[in-house]
Design a binder for this molecule. Structure first.
Ligand code: 1PR
Length: 565
């Protein structure tokens, strides 16, 4: 069997390996130039940034063998960067050159009318639906995309590239090539290995063909047509698991009220017995598997006590990620402790190394909390509006692409008209960051005004930084997405903090995930109906089985909000 996967030493290649194992296909890794000669089918699961991918391929002597392999006519399946590398160049890098097999540059999405990166589930429209010889794809299903750069579908400007286009996707007003298919080459901008059952089916259909069938897509000129206008991007529903060791030392999914994860003392005997114990809502891997099968668009695992010790020594959390990645075929974000650390034996580990370990275990994105606050404070103190290149956000975004870096924000309200809070703050940053309780909001908030202060270490310490300063600073340093929690709303079931979400969303161009406070399916309809947020995350209601992910999606669709089935 000559199926090989190209591993160029960066990115989460484990996700594809897990998908192939699940589908029962055997494969071997290619990591040296000599291995190319043995391959009779090659998959290149490129994740990360274009420049660092080309640099790594070049420094390992893999770029030319890759070109020769593709030109030999043997079957090739490129994913994301594995597709982009076929093109001439990328706006992501001034110096790195692609293979130039497809004569067209890769460009950046325009962020005037939409958040960039394009993250989420979108449809891919077949350009030639009657051509049965090309790969089996379905225009009615959604595939998972995560990228800031794309190959425009523009038959007038790039007629030769249009001949390679197999499906297109629309994001905002832009139409780009979602997959290419010509001769022995197939490639997708989306991630089939992260696109749930639809993606697994696509991979299986390519892999189940004979090698000659895989290498035989039409070379004859295609009839170039303009796809129907259709922005199929869906709103994402994310299930989040806060993970920590309980008092018995077992890793459990827990859930706090305003970040307090211990059972409260109560007058009833049963609860009184457990008062003070860490709440245990289940095992991380089995909950992750359950959320995958019930239709979660993404999963998030947060190591909430990571500030206490080194994550690279925290093998149980890595084991959780590995096991979850074997049964979950949608994106997995891992947070908690993504920072420079020192192992007990004195070995220094950079944040980049820590993130790389999680990526190789199967994570698709890392989420940075406290370290993002410190990095933005440092950048603001330097006063030149840019980072020094050493922060976790910058180093990880450079190596893996900004779409792999989420910044998790834990803001707390500071009431400016409540006497008890006056004088506690570091000063209100900007008048436009003060929000006023809505007349239709919870009663206790009406008539009050507040701003949002950032915290570190899971809300234990407040910092002299507002939520807007942190979100904008993180974006500047290279974060690809904001995970916006609310300590005030966490676990309350009062609904998302719409004012917080509107405020942050209006100040950044990267996608924002609304988090904290979901208590009913209507709260999801509210957050998507009343703000432009791209995704909503919940924990408690899903863990306790109060509302199912399917019910949330049905409620969204009933309200005319695009959701993935
Ligand atoms: O600072 O980089 O080590 O990251 C620590 C991470 O752990 C941060 O993402 C931080 O938000 C998280 N974290 C730390 N302590 C807690 C805690 O709860 N005591 N959890 C914590 C954050 C918020 C969400 C929760 C939503 C939805 N929990 O994760 O899932 O609020 O909950 P709901 O739907 O039940 O309202 P670092």
């Amino acid at each position: 069997m000559g199926l090989y996967l190209l591993d160029y030493g960066a990115g989460n290649v484990q996700s594809l390996a897990n998908s192939l194992k699940k589908l029962g296909h055997e494969f071997t890794w290619i990591s040296t130039a000599e291995d190319f000669h043995k391959a009779t089918s090659l998959v290149f699961p490129g994740v990360g940034a274009f420049e660092s991918a080309i640099e790594r391929l070049t420094s390992r002597g893999l770029l030319e063998p890759l070109r020769e392999y593709i030109q030999s006519g043997k079957p090739y399946f490129g994913i994301c960067i594995g597709l982009q590398v076929l093109f001439e160049s990328s706006a992501e890098s001034l110096t790195a050159r692609g293979l130039g097999i497809i004569p067209c540059p890769i460009e950046r999405f325009n962020d005037n009318d939409k958040a960039v990166p394009h993250i989420g589930w979108n449809s891919a429209e077949l350009l030639d639906p009657v051509d049965k010889s090309t790969e089996e794809m379905d225009s009615t299903v959604h595939y998972y995309f995560v990228h800031s750069y794309n190959a425009k579908y523009d038959p007038e400007k790039y007629p030769d590239a249009a001949q390679w286009a197999h499906t297109t996707t629309q994001y905002g007003q832009e139409i780009f090539i979602a997959s290419v298919c010509k001769g022995n080459v197939f490639g997708t901008q989306f991630h089939p290995e992260k696109s749930g059952e639809a993606g697994l089916k696509l991979l299986d259909s390519w892999l189940s063909k004979s090698e000659s069938e895989r290498a035989s897509a039409p070379l004859t000129p295609r009839i170039v047509r303009q796809p129907k206008p259709k922005d199929g991007l869906t709103k994402r529903i994310i299930a989040c698991m806060d993970v920590r060791a309980n008092d018995e030392g077992d890793l459990v999914v827990t859930k706090g009220d305003q970040y307090d994860v211990r059972e409260k003392a109560a007058p009833t005997t049963t609860i009184a017995k457990t008062a003070g114990a860490v709440r245990n809502l289940g095992k991380p891997v089995s909950l992750a598997a359950r959320y995958y099968t019930s239709g979660a668009d993404e999963l998030c695992l947060l190591n909430i006590t990571s500030f206490r010790h080194s994550p690279l020594q925290d093998q149980p959390m890595l084991a959780v990620v590995r096991a979850a990645a074997e049964c979950v075929f949608v994106p997995l974000t891992i947070g908690g402790g993504i920072k420079d650390t020192v192992d007990p034996d004195g070995t220094k580990r950079s944040a980049l190394e820590v993130a790389g370990t999680y990526f190789r275990a199967g994570a698709d994105k890392v989420s940075i909390g406290s370290e993002a606050v410190y990095a933005v404070e440092k950048m603001r103190a330097a006063g030149n509006g840019k980072g020094d290149g050493t922060s976790a956000i910058e180093t990880i975004a450079h190596a893996y692409g900004r779409q792999a870096v989420v910044v998790s924000i834990d803001p707390r309200r500071v009431y400016v008209n409540a006497e008890s809070n006056v004088g506690e703050t570091h000063g209100v940053p900007n008048a436009d960051e003060i929000v006023h309780g809505r007349s239709d909001g919870p009663e206790k908030e009406r008539g009050k005004a507040w701003w949002y202060q950032c915290t570190v270490s899971g809300g234990r310490e407040s910092r002299p930084l507002s939520v807007v300063q942190l979100a904008q600073g993180a974006e500047k340093l290279g974060a690809g997405e904001i995970l916006l929690n609310s300590i005030d709303r966490d676990g309350t079931g009062l609904g998302f903090d719409l004012q917080l979400i509107e405020l942050v969303k209006s100040k950044v161009r990267i996608p924002v995930v609304a988090s904290s406070g979901a208590g009913s399916k209507e709260h999801f309809v509210d957050v998507f109906g009343k703000t432009d947020v791209e995704a909503a995350l919940a924990a408690g209601i899903f863990h306790r089985g109060e509302v199912g992910i399917g019910e949330v999606k049905d409620a969204l669709k009933d309200s005319g909000i695009n959701a993935r089935s």
